[in-house]
Ligand binder design. Sequence first.
Ligand code: GUN
Ligand code: FE
Length: 479
Amino acid sequence: MASSLEGTHQLFYGSFIYSKSLDQLEYLHDAAVAVSSAGKIVAVERECGGKDKALEKISSRLGWGSDATTGFSKEVYETGEGQFFFPGFIDTHLHASQYPNVGIFGKSTLLDWLNTYTFPLEASLSDPAKARKVYSRVIRKTLSHGTTCAAYYATIDVPSTNLLADLCLAAGQRALVGRVCMDQLAPSYYVDESPEASLSATRESIAHIRQINPEGDIIRPVITPRFAPACSAPLLTKLGQLAAEMPGLPIQTHISENKGEIELVKELFPPESTGAKDDSYAAVYDAFGLLTDKTILAHAIHLTESEADLIQQRKAKVSHCPCSNSAITSGAARVRWLLERGIVVGLGTDMSGGYSPSVLEAARLAALVSRHVAMGGDETAKLSVEEVLYLATRGGAEVVGLEDKVGSFEEGMEWDAQLVGLGVLGEDGQVEGQEEEDGNVDVFGWESWEEKVAKWVYNGDDRNTRAVWVKGRLVHERK
Ligand code: GUN
Ligand code: FE
């Protein structure tokens, strides 16, 4: 029995941290996690009493007798001092096509930002060479920051959208890949010719993505109406019908990001024209069958109580994008308020409305923005380190429909993980065993694990992301 399993499993040993609940992290030390060749966590052992004992325990658990060397393919990955395994981050909203513009937004706000910076860049990616360069880079960059799963918007161009899917699959990054639909209120050089053309281009991209990854374990297509103002009623109707025809498919769009945008929606979609229950933004998506339990709504800043009720009833999810909301001055989303209403929330970088490719940065900014909400009068609004890490992992997993697969290290989950390493200082005040300039997180030695994690959240970056795995496959390693 042992021989048939030989060389098929990976073993991870040491410290593991993951979210147990919204406000609680689980800390496992001297623990071991065995991952099958299919990338599944098949055994977790706690308090092993050292690495050798961990190997023995796992081997006997998996029916290999006491011969610890039998079933494991490679060297055991072991955490050193100041290191721990953490679930991979989930970026629930970003525009792969906008990556070249990160940091370039001046003092713009949403609608002028789209016209000035965003549409020209997105249109230029119909050049296949440029698309390859941009998309290759954005995947490498986000993986290096620990993003094991991303919900991407590409552009309206089908070949380059399909290329993004090909590149994600090759790199091993889980992704939702959406071909952007927009047939109005956009410049003539960057707009779908008709609702029919938009729908058939969307179908073409969905077919490609399903063909290259039929199991959908790594990449999945996502229906992507850009946002209501950029879509005609006939287009929204068609996309709602498509969602009903393919009920497994996720949907992603933007909602209630900017006051001018909200006014525009009220003008463009009066309830008498759509049959919506009122003149709210959420009711517009609902009227077209686009508010479902598979819908990812980015921003959701200025929602009314009744919109929150509707979103909760439909079980639609929210992607909170604090970097973008601050950079292009959209507002401060009330995450506590959303959570209290039973709405599932994850984090998004929203590049390049947001300027950073890092979900860790998004977590940090979620904590800061929540403090601004608190300073506005609601003391309960503040999010803790534990809470923002939950949003970055388990919350995000639920937003993209992968809560049964990723976000924690329980048996049966898949190994989407990052090895985090903090800078542990020696007697001489230098980081032990490393170059001095190895990140901003200095560990003096007296910190509790809770404090180390807080230091990581507030000062960590990609230098602390030593290695990244998706479904058991090593997809990034920091040399
Ligand atoms: N609303 C419509 N399009 C976009 C976009 O590309 N980024 C953001 N942040 N909001 C949008
Ligand atoms: Fe966005």
